[in-house]
Design a protein around this ligand. Sequence first.
Ligand SMILES: *[C@@H]1O[C@H](CO)[C@@H](O)[C@H](O)[C@H]1NC(C)=O
Ligand SMILES: *[C@@H]1O[C@H](CO)[C@@H](O)[C@H](O)[C@H]1NC(C)=O
Ligand SMILES: CC(=O)N[C@H]1CO[C@H](CO)[C@@H](O)[C@@H]1O
Length: 430
Amino acid sequence: MRRVVITGLGAVTPLGAGVKHTWRRLLDGNTGIVSTTGLGAKFDLLPSRVAGLVPQGSRQDGFWQAKDWLPASEARQMALFAQYAAAAASEALDDAGWHPTAQHDLEATGVTIGSGIGNLDEAYNTSVAFDQGGYRKVSPLFVPRLLINLAAGHISIRYGFKGPNHAATTACTTGVHAIGDASRLIMFGDANVMVAGGAESCIHPLAVAGFARARSLATAWNDNPAASSRPFDRDRAGFVIGEGAGIMVLEELEHAKARKANIYAEVRGYGLSSDAYHMTAPQEDGDGAYLAMKQALKHAGLKPNAVDYVNAHATSTILGDAAENKAIKRLLLGSEGRKRASEVNISSTKGAIGHLLGAAGAVEAIFTALAVNHNVLPPTLNLENPGNPPEQFDCNYVAKVAQRRPVNAALSNSFGFGGTNASLCVTKYE
Ligand SMILES: *[C@@H]1O[C@H](CO)[C@@H](O)[C@H](O)[C@H]1NC(C)=O
Ligand SMILES: *[C@@H]1O[C@H](CO)[C@@H](O)[C@H](O)[C@H]1NC(C)=O
Ligand SMILES: CC(=O)N[C@H]1CO[C@H](CO)[C@@H](O)[C@@H]1O
């Protein structure tokens, strides 16, 4: 079996542009969640007025402005989610030192980048313009800026990558599916290198209205945005919408070794499952999540007691966090698991960045790879009182402050509307 390792990382998140900046701020306990006041009058009328916005500013300072990453002519053709993806991909490829020019290398390099929602802004504006002004108001760039697979398309065009080109769109599981599927493409021999991840940018009043109508969002913390995303906390009451992109360079092990690439970690396992239960609500016992993690471990050839850390999907909703917590405990405290709940180490980095939807799984897989690489557990911000109900929340949730611990194997979970669940198992490469 061909093995797959991670050799490059790139990210744009509410904590900043660039992996180093994001990771340092995450470990320092900083938040990327701010008020949406000032974004426009339509936002001010919504029940949830907090979001994980990518901070604007120069690349040098670790912030985002398109012109620091893309020529204006290219940026104009791209949706914002695709711009984030392109920026994160360029960082990841530089990090990996992978800039091939030989034809066989270009043919063996592919791209899988998905998005959950895509360019809602474009769809909205064009609908309004078309309704009012008709045919002439529709931009020739409407379709290319709308399609979700164009993030992957633009990146392959930019670098000349001629391998597999794909885009998952499985709601909030998108990022993990993109990375997991890419790892399979490498294992199966379709590519030696894959640029894989997820991107999202739909902090639009219509998206917020939709998620608020589905009763998914935090609405009680509009005056205190930093406290609004509180996974596993007693007072959690909905997720906070976020934006950004996470991209990994995945590479076949021998290929990475031959060119002496820096190896962050190995993608050892990938599990997929479905709740087969409800459109938006989790099954109470967390069966789908349990199956996905179990499959990921089976594929990795590891027992539950080998798992040192779980980067949870936990979005800060009452039902979702409780179901996932149950599923993790069922697996990791089972007959082949650990003895005590306090030995199970879980955190949700959504406390700091909110829920990046289609980008979440990719950004969190990056955090998981860095946890494995640096032996540190990123914190769960705002976790004051684990609970609701308290007796079930008896694991170590890395409340507020990062913890230094050996991490040889970790799981990164992502679950999406429609009941789709996936988990990646990331281990140290030795
Ligand atoms: C959509 O319209 C708003 C308001 O005019 C504008 O701020 C925004 O940039 C437009 N978005 C796109 C993608 O054209
Ligand atoms: C599996 O996916 C569904 C998507 O609706 C999600 O709500 C649920 O939380 C996931 N399952 C569990 C047990 O977490
Ligand atoms: C596997 C592992 O590292 N478990 C640790 C989780 O955290 C607790 C303390 O909070 C440790 O005691 C465990 O060893």
